[in-house]
Design a protein around this ligand. Structure first.
Ligand code: LFR
Length: 490
C-alpha cells in the first residue's frame, strides 16, 4: 500500500496528513500539526518560512520514527498570491511578505491608471484583490527586485527547498493575476508593468507533475522517509475543490470554509464576461482543466481573531453555541470591508463599524460571533443568487468543506436564507485534494470523478435542508444596507 503525505499549510496552521487508499476508502491520519502566522519584521508583516520548512522536517521525522513510514509520496499546498524572491546563488533574499501587509492598500488604483480594470480582467479573468501578486510586485522594494534572479510562489518554494527543483504550478500561479487566460502563459504586458520578466518564473506546470526526491543535504542530516515529491494543486483552495465530494450534473456550488470563505462553482470554461467582471468574480485555474469561478469572503479569519483576542478561552464549538443563544440578525456588516483585513483589534473594529452605521453594538462573545455568523450566512446567500445568475444554472446543493463546515449553526442559517440543500464536510478536504492528486498521478485512482466518489464514501457528510424562517428573510434588507453603505453598484 502506498503512503501519501499531504503538507497543507494555511495562514494560521499547518499539518502533515498521511493518506492511504484501501479498496475504495481513503484513510487519513494527522502526523504533525504546527502554528503559522506572520510577524512584523524589517518594515513588513512577514511569513516565517524557515520555521515552516523546519516543521515539515519534524513532521517527516515523526512519520518515520513514530509511524514507521519508510517510503512516501509528498505533496505541498499553501495559501496563494505570496512569493519569495531568489538571488543569484539560489537563496531567498528575504522572508516573504504576507498578503495581509498594508503595502498594497492603494495599488490597484495606481496600476489601473495605465490599464483599465476591464482590460486586465479580460486578459486574466481574475478578481481584483488588493493583495494579488501583481500589486505586491508593483510595490516590491526596487533594490531587492533588481537583485532577484527568480520569483517562486510559496508552495513551490517549499518544494524547491526540499528537492532543489523549482516550478510554477498553475492553480496557484493564476492567482497572481498575471497569467493570460487565452494564451495560458504569463502575460508579458502585465509583467513589464511590474518590472519582471517571464524568465524569472520557473517553468509553468500542471497539478499532478512529479517534482523529485528530497535533497541529500536534508536526508543526510534527518532520519526521514524516502520521499518522492509530487507537485499537486498547490493552491490550498484548488486542493479543497478537488477534495469536495460533489458528484453528477454540475448543479452544485462549493464553499471552502477556512481562514477565507471561498464560494463558487467549478467550470470547464472560464466566465469573464461583463457580469462576472462587475461582480468581481474570479476564474482561478483548477486541476485537470477546470476553473474555480469564485469570490473571496472574509471567512473564519474574523472568528479566529476574536477567539485570539479572548486569549483562546473559548473553543470554536463553544463560541458557536453562545452565538446560537443570541437573537440573530441584529446588525448588518459588510465583512468584506478592507478594514477587517488586518485590524489591530478585530473586536474594536467590528464595534466601531456598528457604531458608525448606527446599529446595535455587539458586546459579549456570543453577540460578536452571532454577528459574524449571521452576516456570513447573508453573504453566502447573496453570492449563491449571483452565481446562479452569472452561470445561468440553478444550484441544488452547496458543498461546504474545510474547518468551517463543522459549524452546524452557520450551515443551517445559510440553508434557510439561501433555500439550498447543504452537504457539509469533510473538514479536511484540502489535505484530501492534495492526497488524491498524488494518487491520480501514481495511478492508484483513475480521475477526479473517481477521487470525489472515494472521498464521499470515506467520510461522514452532514446534510442540512432549508427550514421555514421565523421572521422575514433578512436578505432583502441586507442587500439594501450594502447598497447604502458600500460603493458597490448592486
Ligand atoms: C485561502 C487562500 C485564498 C486566497 C487567500 C490568499 O487560504 O488561498 O484562496 O485568496 O488564501 O492567498
Amino acid at each position: 500500500m502506498n503512503n501519501y503525505i499531504a503538507v497543507d499549510i494555511g495562514a494560521s496552521s499547518g499539518r502533515l496528513m498521511l493518506g492511504q487508499l484501501s479498496g475504495n476508502k481513503i484513510r487519513i491520519k494527522e502526523l504533525h500539526r504546527f502554528d503559522n502566522g506572520f510577524k512584523f519584521e524589517n518594515g513588513h508583516d512577514r511569513w516565517q518560512i524557515d520555521h515552516l520548512i523546519d516543521e515539515i522536517i519534524i513532521g517527516l521525522e515523526k512519520a518515520k520514527q513514530k509511524y514507521n513510514i519508510q517510503d512516501a509520496y509528498l505533496g505541498i499546498d499553501t495559501w496563494a498570491v505570496d512569493y519569495v524572491l531568489i538571488d543569484q546563488a539560489g537563496d531567498k533574499l528575504d522572508d516573504p511578505i504576507s498578503y495581509r501587509d498594508s503595502r498594497t492598500k492603494d495599488t490597484v488604483a495606481k496600476l489601473t491608471r495605465k490599464y483599465s480594470k476591464e482590460y486586465i480582467y479580460k486578459k486574466t479573468g481574475i478578481q481584483f484583490l488588493d493583495f494579488n501578486t501583481l500589486y505586491q510586485l508593483f510595490e516590491e522594494d526596487k533594490t531587492n527586485l533588481k537583485k532577484a534572479k527568480s520569483i517562486i510562489m510559496i508552495p513551490d518554494y517549499i518544494g524547491y527547498r526540499l528537492t532543489g527543483k523549482a516550478v510554477t504550478e498553475v492553480t496557484n500561479a493564476s492567482t497572481t493575476q498575471m497569467l493570460n487566460l487565452r494564451e495560458g502563459l504569463f502575460d508579458s504586458e502585465l509583467l513589464s508593468e511590474v518590472n519582471v520578466t517571464s524568465e524569472m518564473f520557473p517553468p509553468l506546470v500542471d497539478a499532478g507533475t512529479k517534482l523529485g526526491s528530497i535533497k541529500e543535504d536534508i536526508t543526510s542530516k534527518h532520519d526521514i522517509p524516502n520521499c518522492q515529491v509530487i507537485t499537486v494543486a498547490t493552491h490550498d483552495t484548488a486542493s479543497a475543490v478537488v477534495g469536495t465530494p460533489a458528484s453528477g450534473e454540475n448543479n452544485w456550488a462549493f464553499l471552502s470554509s477556512g481562514t477565507w470563505s471561498l464560494i463558487g462553482r467549478e467550470l470547464n470554461v472560464p466566465e469573464n464576461g461583463s457580469m462576472a467582471f462587475n461582480e468581481n468574480y474570479t476564474n482561478e485555474w483548477g486541476a485537470y482543466g477546470t476553473y474555480r469561478f469564485l469570490k473571496n469572503i472574509m471567512g473564519m479569519w474574523i472568528v479566529q481573531r476574536i477567539k485570539h483576542e479572548y486569549q483562546d478561552r473559548f473553543g470554536f464549538a463553544e463560541m458557536a453555541k453562545l452565538a446560537s443563544e443570541v437573537k440573530p440578525f441584529q446588525q448588518y456588516i459588510d465583512l468584506n470591508d478592507e478594514r477587517f483585513i488586518n485590524p489591530k483589534s478585530m473586536i474594536h473594529e467590528l464595534q466601531c463599524y456598528c457604531k458608525e452605521t448606527n446599529q446595535i453594538i455587539p458586546e459579549t462573545i456570543g453577540e460578536l460571533v452571532s454577528a459574524i455568523y449571521c452576516n456570513l450566512s447573508l453573504m453566502y446567500a447573496r453570492e449563491l443568487e449571483k452565481l446562479e445568475e452569472i452561470t445561468h444554472k440553478p444550484i441544488h446543493t452547496l458543498n461546504i468543506v474545510g474547518g468551517g463546515s463543522n459549524v452546524s449553526y452557520l450551515n443551517q442559517l445559510t440553508s434557510n436564507l439561501a433555500n439550498v440543500n447543504i452537504a457539509a464536510g469533510p473538514s479536511e478536504a484540502t489535505a484530501l485534494g492534495n492526497l488524491v492528486v498524488q494518487m491520480i498521478t501514481e495511478n492508484d485512482i483513475d480521475d477526479l470523478a473517481e477521487a470525489r466518489e472515494i472521498i464521499s464514501q470515506s467520510f461522514d457528510i452532514g446534510f442540512f435542508q432549508p427550514q421555514p424562517l421565523s421572521q422575514k428573510n433578512p436578505l432583502t434588507d441586507y442587500k439594501k444596507f450594502l447598497k447604502e453603505n458600500t460603493n458597490e453598484e448592486n
